[in-house]
Write a protein that binds this ligand. Structure first.
Ligand code: FCB
Length: 441
């Protein structure tokens, strides 16, 4: 059989993504730690992957040996600024070591400045509910970028403002003190202001920086065709989740289902768009969901579901996500900042990876400017309110012993990274069940 390969452009970034609170361990000074101690999560983060204890070294070795040429990580605000008036220079030095560690292994660092965790002092004062958050975030960003600029030029200001706001203030899964859709949108507007301030601050400090944010995009379909309420609910949900923050960046006016927020300073504040894609939602009208504006989302009955039913393997969704990005921001570079699936025994992940990378290849061959892909994640880590019940790693983690175990997907991903492409042989070897889909005869 002739060998075929879906190749990617030279210089394509291949990496994995992680977040400080999920991997470092002992992040006792943020709102998530408190939330965990109060019993809102499945287990507690504890030592996590013990990166703060130094195990980042062995995990970066794994990434480098696996052919990756980039890594996305985040810094923990509560470590760098433990109180409003103090900076922890040792913490900054550790991050400098980590970034140097990436460079030494040939991995380009991408640093996220805010990934869901807030210092406790910031949380107690109302966090992003108040506009006061904006100068505080900017101050932290300035200090951190000054300290890390020698090793990093690719910055992600805020991870998934839509998920932070909605999972907290609407669904109640993330730590917040208040609930409600209006406050959720105000939080998102303040995050947009914070992003804009960070964008300018970073460029002032480092003119050559590339600055963006990571947007969680959910393609959506209405459940019952011919049932106008489902179409309407899809529209409301789509606008709240997918369009609010991006509209603020395109126009300076953040449009939400509960009104507009004027943030003129946000217009044009991105050098690339980071998109996190996981799955596609099927949306319908639900009388029992007044807090979610009567919208309900689920997966199709016959979907290829992950362990906890958290993700449906719908690879065309990544193509649609990239198409959405290109239409929303013509000519702007796109980076897939997260994509992955929870799958402890790795029965689904190999085909999830191969099929998504194949769809990303289709997009690249439309000449759409996709510049990199970061798989979520390198090693199992603490999945927020879902705790240790979800295993997203290319490598498995025994939380008690800290032992890592390689999953077959780690080998598949390594072959992809080293080849800068996906070949028919890889598909035959790791996920023959989708061979005919990826290489139809
Ligand atoms: C994303 C988060 C990331 C991780 C994945 C599974 O929404 O950004 O931290 O939890 O989901």
């Amino acid at each position: 059989m002739p060998q075929a390969t879906y190749h990617f452009p030279r210089g394509f970034l291949w990496g994995t993504a992680t977040a400080a609170h999920q991997v470092e361990g002992n992040n006792t000074n943020n709102q998530w730690w408190k939330w965990e101690q109060e019993g809102h999560t499945k287990g507690t983060s504890g030592l996590a992957c013990d990166w703060w204890g130094g195990r980042w070294r062995e995990d970066f070795d794994r990434a480098a040996e696996g052919g990756q040429n980039a890594h996305r990580l985040s810094v923990e605000w509560s470590r760098i600024q433990p109180t409003p008036d103090t900076w922890d220079e040792d913490a900054l030095e550790r991050y400098r070591n980590m970034l140097r560690g990436l460079r030494e292994r040939g991995l380009t660092p991408m640093v996220t400045l805010h990934h869901f965790s807030d210092p406790l002092w910031f949380f107690e004062m109302g966090s992003w509910e108040l506009e006061d958050a904006v100068p505080l975030f900017e101050k932290f960003v300035r200090k951190t970028v000054e300290a890390l600029k020698e090793y990093c030029t690719l910055w992600c200001t805020i991870n998934e403002p839509n998920v932070y706001a909605l999972s907290g203030y609407v669904s109640g899964a993330f730590p917040t003190k208040q609930r409600g859709i209006r406050i959720a949108m105000r939080v998102m507007a303040n995050m947009l202001r914070g992003h804009a301030a960070a964008y300018r601050a970073i460029h002032q400090i480092q003119p050559e920086a590339r600055v963006g944010y990571a947007h969680h995009h959910r393609p959506m379909v209405a459940k019952r065709s011919g049932f106008p309420l489902d179409a309407l609910m899809r529209k409301i949900r789509y606008e709240g989740i997918n369009m609010a923050f991006p509209s603020g960046i395109s126009t300076g006016v953040m449009k939400t289902p509960v009104g507009k927020f004027l943030v003129p300073e946000a217009k044009g504040t991105q050098d690339y768009l980071g998109v996190n894609y996981y799955s596609v939602d099927t949306v319908s009208f639900h009388i029992g969901k007044p807090n979610e504006l009567f919208t309900y989302s689920e997966f199709p009955a016959d979907a290829d579901l992950s362990d906890n039913g958290f993700i449906a393997n719908i690879p065309t969704g990544i193509f649609d996500t990239i198409k959405w990005a290109v239409r929303t921001y013509p000519n702007l570079p796109i980076i897939i900042t997260e994509n992955g699936v929870e799958d402890a025994d790795d029965h689904l992940r190999p085909r999830y990876i191969a099929q998504h990378i194949h769809q990303m290849w289709r997009a690249v061959n439309f000449n759409w400017p996709v510049k990199g892909y970061f798989h979520w994640s390198l090693v199992d880590n603490f999945e927020w309110e879902r705790g240790w019940s979800q295993r997203f790693g290319l490598w498995g983690l025994d939380v008690e012993t800290q032992k890592r175990t390689k999953r077959p997907s780690a080998d598949l991903y390594a072959e992809i990274c080293k080849e800068n492409g996906l070949s028919s042989e890889m598909v035959l070897k790791y996920c023959p069940e989708v061979f005919d889909k990826l290489f139809p005869v």
